[in-house]
Write a protein that binds this ligand. Structure first.
Ligand SMILES: Nc1ncnc2c1ncn2[C@@H]1O[C@H](COP(=O)(O)OP(=O)(O)OP(=O)(O)O)[C@@H](O)[C@H]1O
Ligand SMILES: O=C(O)[C@H](O)COP(=O)(O)O
Length: 399
């Protein structure tokens, strides 16, 4: 590693350390349902606090697009952060300006403060110099511990490293080391499973991914977009129809690269997005116009598990279905258990990543059996593609 780490940070008592963490955690009815991302950043926060720094946490939640959106406030994450850290964490309702400055001034040495969602300001995602300067005004040192947001060149993930002495946190360091160890030189066949809901932000990554893997299994909302591109009627399923052309190009690129694309043959459809909604298994060519495909079906599960059996290396981002609501967790749980068993037998190197993917593996009870579980989803896929990550690159450039 060529970047500076917390080992280089001594003598920081009383210093204001701005720590970028990723608190974009799964939440249901205002409660955190999986605290893995918080648990992973805890060592950095506690180490800085123990060294007597004033620890100021910067994070985003959701995609409020520069507006203050009440249900995207980080205040709802505060109780879970308190629980995981086992100490009182203060909160300020803005990440810049007087409100933030006053809360920081009131912090004791070793105190911890969480600032409100950075994405409530338009300048965050634009990496706007004035906004970055306003963030920097409240800190002496910058630590980036948000590997899972390092694919974003935002003010709090990249911009700040131009203005303040910048260091990698313990999780940033650990993620990069573990990914390099697990996937730096993957043994073939390499199978990737990509599912989930963030279709528009992840679909472009697949163009390069198909050149690196032997098979790409597509599930979740991502599969519906590919099925639609193939001319299948997906009814009311989560689907980004305007990405049909991109999906077609990816399928062409995969054929050229010799990468098998595995799409669902059957699916579990329902008319309501809720637990135990009335559902049926249908062939993907017979999805009713008023129904949504919320999971892949039994035939597809068999095919996915057969690909996992063939793989020596598995890379997984995004659940195969809406795993939060039973019974639409069936495929995700089955594939997770199968991959875990192959890993335990020493037949598979399994690396999974993503906020909800981690939650899904925890739900299946097998997260500890995977070779490595990254907190990163999009960043993990971009790393896998070999793309430079702005948040990591700028740390390497520190003198
Ligand atoms: N068929 C489907 N229809 C609707 N939602 C789905 C479907 N399949 C999966 N999902 C939803 O996808 C979400 C997870 O997708 P997402 O792309 O955010 O994955 P992730 O692991 O959190 O990655 P990242 O860390 O990049 O956010 C879950 O909330 C799940 O319910
Ligand atoms: O959940 C994630 O993958 C990270 O927090 C980044 O979120 P984003 O895709 O909204 O930038």
């Amino acid at each position: 590693m060529t970047f500076k780490t917390l080992d280089n940070l001594t003598d920081i008592a009383g210093k204001r350390v701005l720590v970028r963490v990723d608190l974009n955690v799964p939440v249901k009815d205002g409660k955190v349902t999986d605290a893995t991302r918080i648990e992973r950043v805890a060592p950095t926060i506690l180490e800085l606090s123990k060294k007597g720094a004033k620890v100021i946490l910067l994070a985003h939640f959701g995609r409020p697009q520069g507006a203050v959106v009440a249900d995207m406030s980080l205040e709802q994450i505060l109780p879970a952060v308190n629980d995981v850290l086992g100490t009182k964490v203060h909160f300020a309702s803005d990440c810049i300006g007087e409100t933030a400055a006053a809360a920081i001034a009131a912090l004791d040495n070793g105190g911890i403060l969480l600032l409100e969602n950075t994405r409530f300001h338009k300048g965050e995602e634009k990496n706007n110099p004035d906004f970055t300067a306003a963030l920097a005004a409240n800190g002496d040192i910058y630590v980036n511990d948000a590997f899972s947001a390092a694919h974003r060149a935002h003010a709090s993930t990249e911009g700040l490293a131009h203005l303040l002495p910048a260091y990698a946190g313990r999780t940033m360091q650990a993620e990069l080391e573990a990914l390099e160890k697990g996937l730096g030189n993957p043994v073939r066949p390499v199978v990737a499973i990509v599912g989930g809901a963030k279709v528009s932000t992840k679909i472009d990554l697949l163009m390069n991914l198909v050149k690196k893997v032997d098979a790409l299994v597509i599930g979740g909302g991502m599969a519906n977009t590919f099925l639609a591109a193939r001319g299948t009627n997906v009814g009311k399923s989560l689907c980004e129809h305007d990405l049909a052309e991109t999906a077609k190009q990816i399928m062409i690129e995969a054929a050229t690269a010799g990468c098998a694309i595995v799409l669902p043959d059957d699916g579990v459809v329902a008319r309501e997005f809720k637990a135990n909604a009335e559902n049926e298994v249908v062939n993907v060519n017979a999805i009713p116009a008023d129904a949504m495909m919320l999971d892949v079906g039994p035939k597809t599960i068999e095919a996915v598990n057969a690909w996992i059996s063939r793989a020596t290396t598995l890379v997984w981002n995004g659940p195969l279905g809406a795993f939060e609501i039973a019974p639409f967790d069936t495929a995700t749980v089955s594939a997770a258990k199968h991959a875990a068993a192959r890993t335990r037998e020493g037949k598979l190197v399994s690396v999974a990543g993503g906020g909800d993917t981690v939650a899904a593996l925890n739900h299946a009870g097998v997260a500890d059996d995977f070779t490595y579980v990254s907190t990163a989803g999009g960043a993990f896929l971009e790393w896998m593609e070999g793309k430079p990550l702005p948040g990591v690159d700028i740390l390497h450039q520190q003198k």
